[in-house]
Design a protein around this ligand. Structure first.
Ligand SMILES: C[S@@+](CC[C@H](N)C(=O)[O-])C[C@H]1O[C@@H](n2cnc3c(N)ncnc32)[C@H](O)[C@@H]1O
Length: 273
């Protein structure tokens, strides 16, 4: 079968599940990240049986990154699994915000709370080469993946902690930068979510109680009270529907708090110091 024929098969088998642009994207990611090919329509491929199985998985709304086993984030491919959130483009904007706010040569100490695949600390370690970078998560399975990514991308130069952010944490160090992209989606927002997220991504990474949607931000602030150096910064990804509430919460504890829109025009980032 040629790649042009495979593309037609993707379209005909997936058109009930995804729109045209999504299928185009899935096809390109599949041939590049799974088959290690670029799109040459006349190129003949083998191993059709495995490809058929993968198309069935896509029909079941399995995320393409779970099929290829990796996701591109900022500058690198990160291994992902059902235990890690698939890194999102919005979070790349958080990395860019931090990059623009600090000097790349500074000797910073940095920690990421709720690290998942490790995409945030690893990307920052590549930018801030002199930084001491740490990361924390409650999920042992996620930490195993993050450690693999740290080994592959930054030669293990990240310290990992397995801790529950909802409980008191006492680390010996303090940090110049605390970052968190914590769970922030309320159950009431589930109806707007795609099946491939709802049915395949870890709910531990995504959802919070409708009655206490800022619970993790409260814990980030508690953590910062004991672990943020004087003049340090907190950066968070935030729920686009709760920017005012989230800002008010941080206003109670920090002098300068700003919420910032992402490229789609949604309030998505918070910076406090
Ligand atoms: C939204 S995901 C972010 C993952 C990654 N930082 C990213 O941006 O792709 C939130 C992360 O918080 C972790 N998490 C959830 N509850 C936690 C808790 N109580 N303590 C520590 N980490 C927690 C999840 O395992 C998940 O990896």
């Amino acid at each position: 079968m040629t790649l042009a024929e495979l593309k037609q098969i993707f379209i005909s088998k997936l058109e009930k599940c995804y729109d045209k642009n999504e299928i185009e994207q899935l096809f390109l990611i599949y041939i590049e990240d799974k088959l290690n090919l670029t799109f040459n329509p006349s190129f003949v491929i083998e191993n059709e049986e495995n490809i058929e199985k993968d198309i069935l998985l896509l029909q079941e709304y399995k995320p393409i990154q779970h099929i290829t086993g990796k996701a591109f984030f900022y500058d690198d491919f990160f291994k992902v699994s059902q235990h890690t959130l698939i890194p999102r483009p919005e979070t790349e904007e958080l990395i860019e915000l931090i990059r623009n706010n600090h000097s790349e040569n500074d000797t910073l100490s940095i920690i990421d709370l709720g690290t998942g695949s490790g995409c945030i600390p690893i990307s920052l370690k590549k930018i801030f080469r002199n930084a001491n970078v740490a990361a924390l998560d409650i999920s042992n399975e996620a930490l195993q993946i993050a450690k693999e990514n740290a080994k592959n991308i930054v030669n293990n130069e990240i310290t990992f902690y397995e801790n529950d952010l909802l409980k008191d944490i006492n680390l010996a160090e303090k940090f110049d930068i605390i970052i968190s992209n914590p769970p922030y989606i309320r159950n009431l927002e589930k109806q707007e979510m795609h099946k491939n997220v709802l049915e395949h991504e870890p709910h531990l990474a995504l959802f919070v109680d409708d009655n206490d949607p800022l619970v993790f931000y409260k814990r980030v602030i508690e953590f910062a009270k004991n672990h943020l150096n004087k003049n340090g910064f907190v950066y968070c990804e935030i729920n686009q529907y709760l920017p005012e509430e989230t800002k008010e919460l941080f206003d109670e504890h920090f002098r300068n708090v700003e919420v910032i829109k992402d490229i789609s025009g949604n309030y998505r980032m918070l910076i406090a110091n």
